[in-house]
Design a protein around this ligand. Structure first.
Ligand SMILES: [Zn+2]
Length: 141
């Protein structure tokens, strides 16, 4: 353990916490020994996890500095290109809109437990046949 701490120039307690988080020792005897390849496996996995902290069903909230499951597990997906889209949800903790860029081809890997509503970016001109409505009733009569 001390060797690892020295090797990475970290505190022994850091190594202890690695052990708690799944770094396997050769056996239960002291001094605790860790295989070099187990250590590199552990560190690699740790890095991968850090990269994927914004996993399925989560959108990173800049304000909270953390990946969040959007409120009500609902998100809107707006296409921004042929294969690109933008997920938009509401941060359950700070009520801000949170966005995540997604690859539409891989949306199922991002979806998680979210209920995603796909929306069109905007109606193209001439596509809408809804007449404009005058809500100003004061002009009547
Ligand atoms: Zn937030």
């Amino acid at each position: 353990m001390e060797d690892i701490a020295r090797l990475f120039d970290i505190h022994k307690n850091t190594v202890r916490s690695w052990l708690k988080h799944g770094l396997a020792t050769i056996d239960d005897r002291r001094p605790m020994l860790v295989l070099g390849r187990e250590l590199s496996r552990f560190l690699h996995e740790r890095r991968q996890k850090a990269k994927q902290s914004c996993g399925p069903g989560r959108i990173f909230c800049i304000a909270c500095r953390a990946p969040k499951v959007p409120a009500e597990k609902m998100a809107d997906c707006t296409a921004t290109g042929p294969l690109a889209g933008s997920l938009c949800g509401i941060c359950p903790d700070c009520d801000r809109l949170i966005y995540r860029r997604v690859n539409l081809a891989k949306i199922d890997g991002v979806r998680g437990e979210l209920e995603i509503t796909f929306t069109q970016p905007r109606l193209r001109l001439g596509e809408s046949d809804v007449p404009s409505v005058n809500c100003d009733s004061s002009q009547k009569g």
